[in-house]
Design a protein around this ligand. Structure first.
Ligand code: NOJ
Length: 550
């Protein structure tokens, strides 16, 4: 098996990475231009969000053609040049496969609408229930109901996301064949990795019924047939290659399924993204609320996934940020007063865990939420739906925008801050999404703060390459109920790595267990200078420290 445990993956959101044409939208040549920057960081693979032709109703996750490039992002020559030049830097590409749904502009959906039975069978079409209500009571994840009228017919099509994202019927073998062809197409283009969008919702129940909870997740999430579909995809596409890395994006999954998806013996995927640790600031499970994050809950979840996946031979993708998340610096730290400490502590917390770390563009320089003043500054469809529904529920515009500022997906989608020139050096035109105001103090070129954070990331990335204990060590939490510190130990061949991460600004201390203190300790890395391990170990604001114990 391909061993990817020493690798670190970088996520570039092409639309916001670097614009080389002046149209305000990032492009493939922009990613290519920044390859030396990425090589310098030390990453091994770049995950690129969708750049396929798309009406962009969900920023490219509404794919209209799986095997082409939207001219907005570049040409085939640009793509080939990117693959070739990245390879020279020892970097490979991971593409986003959005195989649960197509855009309603995809030719399959258009042919279905035009009456072609073959393509109608590609989607999930149902008639209304006898009483005239929708085929099921399921909700769309972007708000509203999950069914819309299918053209002029008396049928409805299922869309778990936006109304322009129609769910494919994976139970139809012809659909699977077509989708596997897509994966093979990109493999032949030299792509070495895939991130499969919401792949654990592809297996809808055979008979679709109203959900007792009125939401419906249980009828399509982690159903037994999903595993069959993924194994088949593995067998017929990437499984035929030696060195492909795959990661499944898993909506509301469990450790039990996480193990199944990622244990190599099952031949499904290399690893998975799960999201429970990023819901610890949702009041009563509702994202569109604000509350300080629940630290205890955060640690419990990280611990459960670390221990559970290790026990079952599964593998976690490790991450705080992506294009769907507000910036972790704002959620879990204090980027105003402690930008370097916050960013490096968060980085160290996950980079030294068991799994594969993902660095989302800009986190390596300490980027933050933009704090836009009005709803008109936001572009994201989910954000606008949420804003409308908050107002409908009686919130004032001011209260609603406060929630949007903290929770919108656009928080993570702002243009990359390259320098302190206009629009942060991202574009010479008007950026499609406004650049955060702090680009003069946070950017890759002139900012001391960003430099410190980036240097720290480089060290962490290099440590993973150098140290088998980081790649392969077992994981165990230390004093899991500590109120402000998340501490853990990795163990490998008699050696231990103790990692201490303090999540708050007030000083605190942790009692180090005797069996660890009895070992020879040497300081490995931290954000507050060389430290010595003492029985009561004091930690400053957002401090992180790691010790090797023999
Ligand atoms: C998850 C993607 O990350 C997100 O951006 C998208 O809106 C949904 N899947 C639907 O494709």
């Amino acid at each position: 098996m391909n061993n990817f445990h020493d690798k670190v993956i970088y996520q570039a959101y092409p639309k916001s990475y670097k614009d080389t044409t002046g149209n305000g939208i990032g492009d493939l040549n922009g990613v290519r231009e920044k390859l030396p920057y990425l090589a310098d960081l030390g990453i091994d693979m770049i995950w690129l969000n969708p750049f396929y032709p798309s009406p962009q109703n969900d920023n490219g996750y509404d794919v209209a053609d799986y095997t082409d490039i939207d001219p907005m992002f570049g040409s085939w020559d640009d793509f080939d040049a990117l693959v070739e030049e990245a390879d020279k830097h020892g970097i490979s590409l991971m593409l986003d496969m959005v195989l649960n749904h197509t855009s309603t502009e995809h030719t399959w959906f258009q042919k279905a609408l035009a009456g072609e039975k073959k393509y109608q069978d590609f989607y999930i079409l149902r008639e209304a229930q006898e009483d005239g209500s929708l085929p099921t009571n399921w909700e769309s994840k972007f708000g509203g109901k999950a069914w819309s009228k299918f053209g002029e017919t008396d049928k409805y099509y299922l869309h778990l996301y936006d109304v322009t994202q129609a769910d494919l019927d994976w139970r139809n073998p012809e659909v699977r064949e077509e989708l596997f062809k897509v994966v093979n197409f990109w493999l032949e283009k030299g792509v070495k990795g895939f991130r499969f969008d919401v792949i654990n919702v592809i297996g809808k129940d055979e008979e679709l019924k109203d959900a007792e909870d009125g939401v419906g997740k249980a009828h399509y999430t982690d159903t037994p047939i999903v595993h069959d579909f993924i194994r088949e995809m593995n067998e017929k596409s990437y499984g035929q290659y030696e060195d492909i890395i795959t990661v499944g994006e898993m909506s509301s999954t469990t450790v039990e399924h996480g193990v199944k998806y990622s244990n190599p013996d099952r031949k499904e995927m290399s690893m998975i993204f799960s999201f429970h640790h990023l819901k610890v600031d949702y009041k009563d499970g509702d994202k569109w609320t604000t509350m300080p994050f629940d630290f205890n809950e955060l640690k419990t979840i990280l611990d459960e996934w670390q221990s559970g996946m290790a026990e079952g031979g599964g593998w976690n993708a490790l991450f705080w940020n992506n294009h769907d998340q507000p910036r972790a610096n704002n959620r879990f730290g204090d980027p105003e007063n402690y930008p370097v400490e916050t960013a490096t502590m968060l980085a160290q917390t996950i980079h030294l865990l068991r799994g594969t770390p993902y660095v989302y563009q800009g986190e390596e320089i300490g980027m933050t939420n933009p704090n836009y003043a009005t709803i008109d500054d936001y572009v994201d469809v989910e954000t606008h739906n949420a804003y409308k529904s908050l107002l409908e529920n009686g919130l004032s515009e001011d209260d609603a925008i406060e929630i949007i500022k903290e929770k919108s997906r656009d928080n993570g989608r702002t243009p990359m801050q390259w320098d302190d020139s206009e629009h942060a050096g991202f574009t010479t035109g008007e950026p499609w999404l406004k650049v955060p105001e702090n680009y003069k103090t946070i950017n890759t070129t002139t900012s001391e703060t960003s430099k410190k954070i980036r240097d720290y990331y480089k060290k962490l990335i290099q440590l993973r390459k150098d140290m088998p204990i980081i790649q392969e060590g077992d994981y165990e939490a230390v004093e899991l109920d500590h109120p402000s510190i998340f501490a853990y130990v990795r163990t490998y061949k008699g050696e231990k790595l103790l990692v201490l991460n303090h999540f708050y600004a007030e000083e605190d201390s942790i009692d180090i267990p005797k069996e660890l203190l009895d070992m020879e300790s040497s300081y490995l890395i931290g954000n507050s200078g060389d430290r010595e391990l003492t029985s009561t170990f004091k930690m400053g604001p957002f401090e992180t420290a790691a010790f090797l114990l023999n």
